[in-house]
Design a protein around this ligand. Structure first.
Ligand code: C2E
Ligand code: CA
Ligand code: CA
Length: 563
């Protein structure tokens, strides 16, 4: 085979072997064809490729296969072996046999070696591309597809017109936090891997489960299997051994499900299942099925959130002050700070349109501190101007109870303006359960120690038990407007009056100050005065006022006496 590299056939070999291929089959065909061209010149008997690739995150089974590249169908000699690494921990071996009766000399062997390198180059290209494609589509930590793999698969189903036969499921593992608390990082990763393998193993082969990151997963499940898949992920138990100690974790899930009615692209599919999931999370429910109204609601909330951060920066939030009046002297007693969103076009957005949205994700805390800050700022400016000020109460959402430094943060803001602590009062709404109550009590005590008084807002509508009243050191109860009896009941022995009067009496008896809010008529005012309510707040005296009008009231504390 003198001068093989200059022969025409060798040129043919080169041009075929360099043809781009996208699959193992295709490259085998090319290499086989190319080898056929030079086989005679080389005295080739038989050529084969042996692949041994271990199972990895990218390949769920060991791949041991032998491919025949060239077979002269004649007798051949012993093999010359060439070994390569595959790039994913495996090996590839190419074996060359010359025809019986022709042993390659040293120079020929050099050429065989070069041919072999060229061949492997072609295989390597296809294998690396496959590896790259799979690694882009795989979550390496848990060895199942990632979002790319998921979207690709959905795109493929959609193109085939088969997506309609599936439901998209978006789910989050409940209580995985606990695993992170009791196990090391690596051990927790192992448990996650087992979880992924378990869930993914419970599906049919044309279904897919993918990990989005953290403990969030998505799945495409055939319509007829949806119920059983949901049942599976609502109760996954994973056993794990740590230092000879068998641990068993049982996981539930928060799940959003969507069918594919009218879904036009994979993005839309993803959006729908994630909207259903977000709704489930917000409502503390385990399972929510998508419908269009859920999407509208979330879009509205998203809109509020993006606008919210802009509005905080551009100072679109203004604070109004609603006067509180001493029931008996009719003198101005103080005020409540109530936030307003003054939008660029001048309209005032009422708090009920945005506060519930901000409550949901905790952003309300930022706004509450903003209102506290503005209130302190106003008071300190007025004091500097020599105006006699009154205490102002500020509403704090229950979301603040997650802040272990709450009392410190509040005092920090008040002290920034060097205000006397007694000028600020904090309104909390009733706690939701006993644990919440313990945290709130602690904050109330800390504030009291620092001379900041507190009140329970909307008293009577929440969960506070009479026992809590016995224990709390809160100063004031704001009796909710829904408890104030309307005129037709006055003087009667109606349940409305009995309830209200007992609440007022109980509160007084336990040493709380009482405020009635939402007082609108002079009849209500007189009734409240006779039953002994200390302070009145409501449209009867004043609506929430912009700061400049409120300042006028401060300057004229007898304003309400003529009423
Ligand atoms: P709230 O704390 O119970 O505030 C009293 C609400 O009753 C205010 O509504 C006030 O304008 C309204 N009101 C006052 N007098 C009368 C009356 O005579 N009749 C009637 N029908 N209503 C009266 P507003 O300002 O719309 O606030 C609604 C709620 O929004 C507040 O209820 C409070 O829960 C929340 N909120 C307002 N500002 C803030 C804030 O800065 N932070 C937090 N966390 N919540 C706030
Ligand atoms: Ca309030
Ligand atoms: Ca209230």
């Amino acid at each position: 085979m003198e001068g093989l590299f200059f022969k025409d056939n060798m040129r043919g070999f080169c041009s075929i072997i360099q043809k781009p291929a996208t699959s193992m089959d295709e490259v085998l065909q090319n290499v086989g064809k190319a080898t056929g061209l030079i086989a005679q010149d080389m005295h080739l008997g038989y050529v084969s490729l042996l692949l041994s690739v271990p199972a990895t995150a990218l390949r769920n089974k060991i791949d041991n296969a032998e491919y025949v590249i060239y077979d002269s169908k004649e007798e051949y000699t012993q093999a010359h072996r060439f070994e390569f690494r595959t790039g994913d921990g495996g090996t590839a071996e190419i074996k060359f046999h010359s025809l019986k009766g022709h042993d390659w000399n040293e120079k020929e062997l050099e050429e065989v070696k070069l041919i072999c390198y060229m061949m492997y180059g072609a295989f390597r290209q296809v294998m690396l591309e496959g590896l790259l494609r799979r690694s882009i589509a795989t979550d390496m930590a848990v060895a199942i597809p990632n979002i790319n793999g998921y979207m690709q698969y959905a795109g493929m189903l959609l193109a085939k017109g088969a997506l309609r036969a599936y439901h998209a499921i978006y789910f989050n593992i409940q209580n995985f936090k606990y695993v992170n608390q009791v196990l090391s990082h690596t051990a927790a990763d192992e448990v996650m891997k087992k979880y992924a393998a378990h869930v993914s193993g419970s599906t049919d082969k044309d279904e897919i489960v993918a990990r989005l990151g953290g403990d969030n997963f998505v799945a495409l499940i055939k319509n007829e299997n949806v119920d059983s898949f949901i049942k599976t992920i609502l109760n996954v138990s994973i056993e794990y051994q740590v230092e000879n100690d068998d641990k068993k974790f049982v996981f539930g899930a928060t799940i959003g499900v969507s069918d594919m009615e009218g879904v036009m692209d994979p993005g839309q599919m993803m959006l729908r299942s994630s909207v259903a999931y977000q709704t489930a999370r917000q409502n503390n429910s385990r399972l929510v099925y998508y419908n269009d109204s859920l999407l509208e609601k979330i879009m509205h909330e998203k809109g509020v959130m993006t606008e919210f951060y802009k509005a905080l920066e551009t100072q679109e939030f203004v604070v109004y002050y609603q006067p509180k009046v001493d029931t008996y002297t009719k003198k101005l007693y103080g005020a409540e700070a109530l936030v307003r969103w003054k939008q660029a076009d001048g309209t005032l957005k009422p708090p009920m349109e945005f506060i519930p949205v901000l409550e949901k994700n905790g952003s309300i805390c930022k706004l509450d501190f903003y209102v506290l800050d503005k209130t302190c700022q106003l008071l300190s400016e007025l004091i500097r101007e020599g105006i006699t000020v009154k205490p102002i109460s500020v509403n704090l959402s229950r979301k603040h109870m997650f802040n272990p430094q709450l009392a410190k943060d509040i005092i920090g803001i008040v002290d920034k303006y060097a205000l006397e602590h007694s000028l600020i009062e904090i309104e909390f709404t009733e706690s939701e359960d006993f644990r919440d109550y313990i945290v709130m009590s602690k904050v109330i005590d800390e504030l009291k120690d620092q001379g900041i008084s507190t009140s329970i807002d909307d008293f009577g509508t929440g969960y506070s038990s009479l026992n809590m009243l016995k224990m709390t050191s809160v100063d004031t109860l704001k009796i909710d407007k829904s408890f104030i009896p309307t005129e037709e009941y006055y003087g009667s022995n109606s349940k409305e009056c009995i309830m209200f009067e007992y609440i007022a009496k109980l509160a007084r008896g336990l040493g709380f100050k009482t405020i009635s809010e939402g007082v609108e008529t002079s009849e209500q005012y007189h009734y409240l005065a006779t039953v002994g309510c200390d302070i009145i707040q409501g449209y009867y005296f004043d609506r929430p006022l912009p700061p400049e009008v409120f300042v006028e009231r401060l300057k004229e504390p007898d304003y309400y006496i003529k009423k």
